[in-house]
Design a protein around this ligand. Structure first.
Ligand code: SF4
Length: 354
């Protein structure tokens, strides 16, 4: 596929920088504590990025764990892996500048083979995604013949290509329930914590009924269940929400578990004196700007992979993308990876009883 030409953004005038700084402040960066000089510095970049997006028919999807200036300043849409994958597939943009990590950009490429997909931070991997290979999945199939493989979306295109269906933290229980209707045994990869949570939620025995791979997320594996009681005493009435990738002990101690989209919805639908979101810190920033009337108690960890993307790298990807920023998935792999992703879309939206 022909690559788009190098395109430089013009320099914004002082009046344009001032207007863009005010826009960023209003979008929520001022509420997050950004000072005027920081807003101005960001505005010079966001103005150019937004200008180039229009000029090159590019879109910027951003995962909710991205930096606040990306989520609020340049993203065309924000969300969890599922929402981003769906919206990228529906887009008619010529190029996708994916603010997230490599497996997400690969998913976008699999669903949009004719578009140029760029990952501003090429080294942005994921400990979960890197915990399993395509050969590992083939090994699991040999060991458990006939068992379908449900794979978390946080995996490479090569691993997806070896799987029967992809799941996210939001739809994994529903999809696995459907698989168990016709299969006595299901393989779930690669998140061990989520696998244990799923086994508990579905009432299935680990190992014999639900076979789980031993991968982990370096962000969610480190939250301590014991601290939940401490925070409940410190902040009476606090509602504590945790991501499905946290440990079963922690998940058992909180008020709600789910994916990031579910957590945001739950906060919007409930009234409480305060909320604690146990996940990556980006979700807290988004929640504070989406629900300025609500109080959020900090309890989060940064994902180094997610935070590798910044505005200057997004601009670089739009102006003169480096070879390392371009995402390519071999056609044969992309073709095989597409089917289990589409199967997820079908099963996640199927409203027949699970
Ligand atoms: S938060 Fe965890 S699962 Fe998400 S990208 Fe970072 S390491 Fe991977």
């Amino acid at each position: 596929m022909a690559l788009l030409k190098e395109t430089r953004a013009p320099e914004p005038t002082p009046a344009q920088v001032e207007a863009e700084s005010a826009r960023l402040a209003d979008k929520g960066l001022a509420a997050l504590g950004w000072r005027d000089e920081d807003l101005e510095r960001a505005a010079r970049l966001t103005w150019k990025i937004n200008h180039l997006k229009k000029a090159t028919r590019a879109i910027v999807p951003a995962h909710v764990y991205q930096r606040a200036e990306i989520l609020l300043g340049v993203a065309d849409f924000t969300g969890d892996s599922y929402k981003l994958a769906k919206l990228c597939a529906q887009s008619d943009a010529k190029r996708i500048v994916f603010c997230g990590v490599r497996f997400m950009a690969e998913t976008a490429k699999v669903l949009n083979p004719d578009k140029e997909v760029l990952l501003p931070a090429p080294e942005a991997g994921c400990s979960l995604s890197e915990s399993i290979t395509a050969a590992d999945v083939r090994g699991l199939r040999r060991k458990h013949p006939g068992a379908p493989v449900a794979t978390y979306i946080n995996t490479s295109a090569a691993v997806k290509a070896e799987s029967d269906v992809i799941v996210t933290s939001a739809n994994a229980p529903k999809i696995l329930r459907k698989l168990f209707e016709t299969n006595p045994k299901v393989i779930f990869t690669p998140d061990a914590m989520m696998g244990r949570n799923l086994a508990k939620e579905l009432g299935r025995t680990l190992g014999s009924e639900l076979v789980v791979w031993d991968g982990s997320c370096i962000v969610h594996e480190n939250f301590d269940a014991a601290s939940v009681e401490f925070y409940r005493k410190m902040y009476p009435g606090v509602k504590i929400l945790a991501h499905f990738e946290c440990s079963p002990a922690l998940v058992g101690a909180v008020d709600f578990i789910g994916g990031t989209g579910d957590m945001m919805r739950w906060v919007g639908e409930h009234k409480a004196p305060s909320y604690m979101l146990i996940t990556e810190c980006g979700l807290g920033d988004l929640a504070r700007t989406s629900f300025p009337e609500k109080v959020f108690v900090p309890m989060c960890r940064l994902c180094p992979y997610m935070k590798a993307t910044d505005l200057s790298r997004v601009l670089r990807a739009l102006e003169r993308p480096a070879a390392s920023q371009r995402i390519d998935v071999p056609a044969a792999v992309a073709q095989r990876a597409r089917r289990p992703i589409e199967r997820m879309f079908e099963l996640a939206e199927d409203s027949s009883p699970a």
